[in-house]
Design a protein. Structure first.
Length: 1090
């Protein structure tokens, strides 16, 4: 009845469908908001894990408690600068703008040839007074833009080095090679002439825009200052050679730490008196020498120096460096920056404070390649179907699916942030958007010829006649037409006759629609469901970005399926008269050639049925050995580094990954600022309230985890105090990887130098505990200060309180007094200490501590170790703390070891935790799907083997061809492989199963373990060649255009689609068909011998 109404009122249904699409699209456009792309890595965080629960509860403990009892808050008073401990005056390097004023670098006074006003002067950052000691060189250096310039071509560098090593010769560097210094001088002049540099450079005084830019921190400028000239162009070749020899001779003293800028002071004292161990003494000629060795030249730790590269530092405002980066990159790419120099120079890396802005810029630029991919897909669809309707419908379906899915994501599900990697789902939508349309349109087109001429067809006498069983109601018409008309992954079954008074045309349309719906919808549902399985596997991850990608991609697949169901049937029905006439003309021209190619391919696969399985076993064996035993798919060098959105050959990535360790200042800045801090905490139970539905970094909308106190903790009992004292005095000092750092003392009148304590405040005191034998500890206060006070709770009757054996009440009163007295002297950057309730609500004893924290600095630098080294170190620390905690009393058994600095490492670790199990689950679910659709165990097992071969082969190709390593994007797209690659197996399994049911209709329910015939495989290949091949290769070509994208995630999803579709066609279609044919032939051979 519904079909009759659907055909009769097809114009009304068409108008309603079109109106529905328009209305939903307009509503989506009206209420959607543009995604925020200011922080591309905002969602690269883990939630609901043990580590995240510890970190969140640690933050909640700090936020909801205080380091002094509540009643003592009014007694606090501001502390003068002289009272602040020296360690609190350290400054951690941050990425913020630094206003500048000019500070002359003192050169040695024994240079009479040049007057003072003729020399260059570098800018060292703004001073709040005229005292050079207040300059933080680390902050000034960190805010600079940086370029690595070399005499070596990065492509030919290894070849030249090998030749030099073979010949026994050494490189000429920038001080000895003729005209190399002039090229560097000319290069910095060209950079200084860029309009973006003139606009954003720092000046001596910010309010005077007419002043020239501050000089760059470069070898030419520093050499000019060292020689006392006003420009690098005035440096002569003999002077340059002399400076090169001087720097070479001073390098050992610089490495020993005796040659530093603190050898000079503001009073003009002779540096030889302040640093008598510097050899040779000529190294004290100028304070510019240690600065040059620290920042501008490669730090050669061995005796053989090779200064063929240098670090060019640009004093620019870090808040707006994207235009300068793009200008330098454009000039470098075009060759204008280095063209015509006396000696060729090459830029090996660029670093600016514009990473997030650069990713957003490249994301917009890469949409061009998305358009190219979409255009290629539509062109292929138009050429393959010889129609304009299907490409236009595909374009409309992709656009509507993306728009509605985004509206559902942001407005219905209310997910607060849209990650950048969600844009990869657009590539998937383009690659997979036409599959369901192809399935439906092919079935509908085949029904035109099937039902129009069925009365004139002649049926083979061997066709089965018993087709009235419920499970195998098939028509011999479809069986006879299998070699003439390409078909998708199913067998055409003629619907039951329609008995009505309608005209023949109406009856034929009813039969065609019934026939199409009964076959197309199950096929589309199976392939869509298999894709959804591959996507939803990612929900097992704890990474927010991965989970949100899975949700958004699943919404796209569902919306595309809804579009095909609602819009495609009525559209094809309305345009059927035109398309039928066009297809009849087109098919008559191309049917013969396409059938010939398909039959030839089928014969080739069948004839190779005994060779291809051995080739498949060889592929899966070799790939499994390389991946599982050789571990070629491993973690990157920097295991804790956050996943990058830029390709490895991008100048920014080259600088960070390859060039940063070559320079002393850059290497030490990354090393000391990334030392791991370990917090041993008592007072909370691990809990993380965040989820993929609520997580955000926006402080106005983020979900704040509430503090969950540990009900069993008791910090004032004698046993707890005794154990904590032993923990601080004994066990902490035996902790593995404990930092033991001692920095040279800097005199207060010294010139500003690179003090490591300015990079990490914990370097001054790597370990401090409020109890035990430590400065400013409770024990220290009791014996040094308390007994001097009258009525001290820590010294009753002028007798020092015993910290361990005293009662809990007396200890709490003494602790409150100690905290009230000493909390100003405890370094502010330290979290170590007792924690008290921050308000008076439900308090029994306000002096009762509810938490205890001990912060320790380790010598593990998260920026300079591999993933395996970092994993081993963290496991060693955890095992040590577990052994120590096993000796604790029950009141302290809930202690936690918190490592907040392991965020990127935990993200990378979670990839390995969910990827293997997620991929295995996807393979098992895909196998079960094949089993349910085919009803044959052997077909399902061979599909599982073919799918594993495809996955191993795909990952091997990605590692070998595209240099893949484990990461968020890599793990995400690999987890999709099973759901996308299984489609050819599903089509082949369904077709072979239906062929067997045509041959043996009475045995439909008993052929679960029966081997199929070879003829069924041959006929299935004839039916599927066009549909499966066209679908796989059209998706591969659509992904091919994305390989040229500059964003790494776009490039990787394009490379993944190309590789996976090729592997899926080879392994899950060609190899799977040959395996089916081989097993059928072996079964027939065994049965014949019986």
């Amino acid at each position: 009845m519904f079909l009759r109404w659907f055909i009769r009122y097809r114009y009304l249904f068409g108008a309603c469908s079109f109106l529905f699409l328009i209305c939903t699209a307009l509503i989506a456009l009206l209420f959607c908001r543009l995604p925020d792309l200011t922080d591309p890595s905002a969602d690269f965080a883990t939630v609901r894990t043990k580590w995240s629960a510890q970190v969140e509860q640690f933050k909640a403990l700090l936020a909801e408690t205080d380091h002094v009892p509540f009643q003592d808050v009014p007694d606090r008073h501001p502390l003068s600068f002289s009272q602040v401990p020296r360690s609190t005056q350290s400054v951690v390097v941050r990425s913020h703008g630094v206003r500048s004023r000019k500070n002359a670098v003192d050169t040695w006074s024994s240079q009479p040839k040049f007057s003072r006003h003729e020399t260059l002067e570098l800018c060292f950052g703004e001073l709040h007074d005229s005292d050079p000691r207040s300059v933080n060189l680390w902050a000034t250096y960190a805010n600079h833009g940086r370029l690595v310039v070399s005499l070596d071509n990065p492509i030919l560098r290894s070849t030249i080095s090998d030749q030099q090593e073979t010949n026994g010769s050494t490189f000429m560097d920038i001080f000895t090679q003729p005209n190399a210094f002039k090229s560097l001088c000319a290069l910095q002049t060209r950079i200084g002439q860029l309009s973006a540099y003139k606009r954003d450079c720092l000046r001596a005084y910010r309010q005077h825009a007419q002043l020239p830019c501050c000089p760059m921190w470069s070898v030419p400028n520093m050499v000019a200052i060292l020689l006392g000239v006003s420009s690098c162009e005035q440096v002569t070749i003999p002077q340059l050679a002399e400076v090169g020899q001087l720097l070479t001779s001073c390098l050992p003293s610089f490495h020993r730490g005796t040659l530093r800028r603190s050898c000079w002071d503001v009073y003009g004292t002779a540096p030889a008196l302040l640093c008598p161990f510097v050899e040779p003494v000529v190294c004290l000629r100028s304070s510019m020498i240690p600065l040059l060795l620290a920042t501008a030249l490669p730090d050669s730790l061995n005796s053989s120096t090779s200064w063929r590269s240098t670090l060019l530092q640009l004093p620019v405002r870090p808040s707006n460096t994207l235009p300068l980066f793009l200008a330098i990159e454009a000039a470098r790419t075009s060759g204008n920056l280095t063209r015509g120099l006396p000696v060729p120079l090459h830029i090996h890396g660029i670093y600016m404070h514009a990473y997030n802005q650069l990713v957003s810029e490249l994301l917009i630029g890469d949409t061009f390649w998305l358009g190219i991919g979409l255009g290629i897909l539509l062109l292929l669809l138009g050429l393959g179907t010889r129609s304009v309707l299907l490409p236009l419908t595909t374009l409309l379906g992709i656009a509507w699916s993306l728009l509605v899915a985004y509206a559902l994501y942001t407005q219905i599900l209310r997910i607060p942030h849209f990650p950048v990697i969600n844009f990869m789902a657009v590539v998937l939508a383009i690659g997979l958007g036409a599959d369901d349309l192809l399935v439906y349109s092919q079935i509908w087109d085949q029904t035109a010829s099937l039902f129009a001429d069925r009365e004139r067809r002649s049926f083979p006498t061997s066709a089965p006649s018993t087709c009235n069983l419920p499970c195998c109601s098939s028509s011999p018409n479809a069986f006879a037409s299998r070699s003439r008309t390409p078909s998708p992954s199913f067998i055409i079954h003629e619907p039951p006759p329609v008995h009505s008074v309608q005209n023949p045309h109406m009856a034929q349309l009813i039969r065609r629609i019934s026939f199409t719906w009964s076959h197309a919808i199950p096929s589309m549902a199976l392939t869509s469901f298999s894709t959804l399985l591959g996507l939803l596997v990612n929900l097992t991850s704890s990474i927010v970005a991965v989970q949100r990608f899975a949700v958004f991609s699943a919404l796209i697949v569902l919306c595309n399926f809804i579009f095909v169901i609602l819009f495609t049937p009525v559209t094809l029905l309305l345009l059927d008269p035109i398309r039928t006439k066009h297809l009849a003309t087109a098919c008559s021209k191309h049917a013969h050639s396409s059938n010939s190619i398909s039959q030839g391919f089928t014969r080739l696969v069948i004839q190779s049925r005994f060779c291809l399985p051995y080739l498949g076993l060889l592929i899966v064996g070799f790939s499994a050995h390389q991946l599982l035993f050789e571990r070629i798919l491993d973690w990157p060098r920097n295991g804790s580094k956050a996943s990058s959105f830029l390709r490895p050959n991008h100048p920014f990535e080259v600088f960070v990954n390859e060039q940063s360790d070559r320079f002393w200042a850059e290497r030490n800045m990354r090393h000391f600022s990334h030392l791991l801090e370990v917090h041993f905490v008592w007072g909370f139970e691990p809990l993380d309230d965040r989820s993929l539905w609520t997580y955000t970094r926006d402080p106005d909308t983020q979900t704040v985890t509430k503090w969950r106190p540990d009900p069993n903790v008791d910090l004032t009992s004698p046993t707890s105090r005794a154990w904590l004292t032993q923990f601080c005095d004994t066990w902490l000092k035996q902790m593995p990887y404990l930092a033991r750092f001692s920095e040279l003392n800097y005199r207060s009148e010294s010139l500003a130098s690179f003090r490591f304590s300015q990079l990490n405040p914990y370097l001054s005191v790597p370990l401090w505990c409020p109890v035990g034998r430590y400065a400013n500890s409770l024990n220290n206060y009791i014996f040094a200060q308390a007994c001097r006070e009258s009525n001290s709770a820590c010294c009753p009757s002028k007798l020092a309180l015993n910290v361990i054996s005293s009662s809990s009440t007396r200890f709490s009163a003494c602790l409150a007094e100690y905290v009230r007295y000493a909390h100003h002297d405890i370094p502010r950057e330290y979290h170590s200490g007792f924690r008290f309730y921050g308000n008076s609500n439900t308090l029994m004893n306000p002096n009762e501590p509810v938490g205890f924290i001990v912060t320790v600095l380790t010598n593990i630098s998260a920026a300079r170790v591999t993933h395996q080294e970092l994993l081993f170190s963290v496991n060693s620390l955890s095992q040590w703390f577990d052994r120590v905690l096993a000796t604790a009393p029950k009141s302290l058994a809930g202690g936690q070891m918190v490592l907040p600095g392991l965020g990127p490492f935990q993200v990378a670790l979670n990839v390995s935790e969910y990827l293997h199990w997620g991929l295995l689950s996807a393979v098992l679910m895909a196998t079960v799907l094949v089993l349910l659709s085919s009803g044959n165990v052997w077909i399902a097992l061979l599909a599982c083997l073919s799918l594993l071969t495809c996955l191993f082969f795909t990952i091997l190709l990605l590692v070998l061809v595209d240099q893949w390593t484990l990461g968020i994007v890599e793990g995400l797209v690999i987890s999709l492989a099973a759901g996308l690659a299984i489609d050819p197996c599903i089509h082949m399994a369904l077709t072979v199963s239906h062929m067997e049911r045509l041959r043996y209709p009475r045995a439909c329910h008993t052929r679960v373990f029966v081997i199929w015939s070879l003829n069924s495989v041959r006929q299935s290949l004839d039916l599927l060649n066009g549909a499966v091949t066209g679908s796989a290769w059209s998706t591969a070509v659509a992904g091919l255009s994305m390989i040229a994208c500059q964003l790494l995630c776009y490039h990787q999803i394009g490379m993944f689609l190309v590789t996976l579709m090729i592997s899926s066609w080879l392994c899950c279609y060609v190899l799977y068909a040959s395996n089916l044919a081989c097993l059928s032939s072996l079964n027939r051979l065994v049965r014949s011998r019986r």
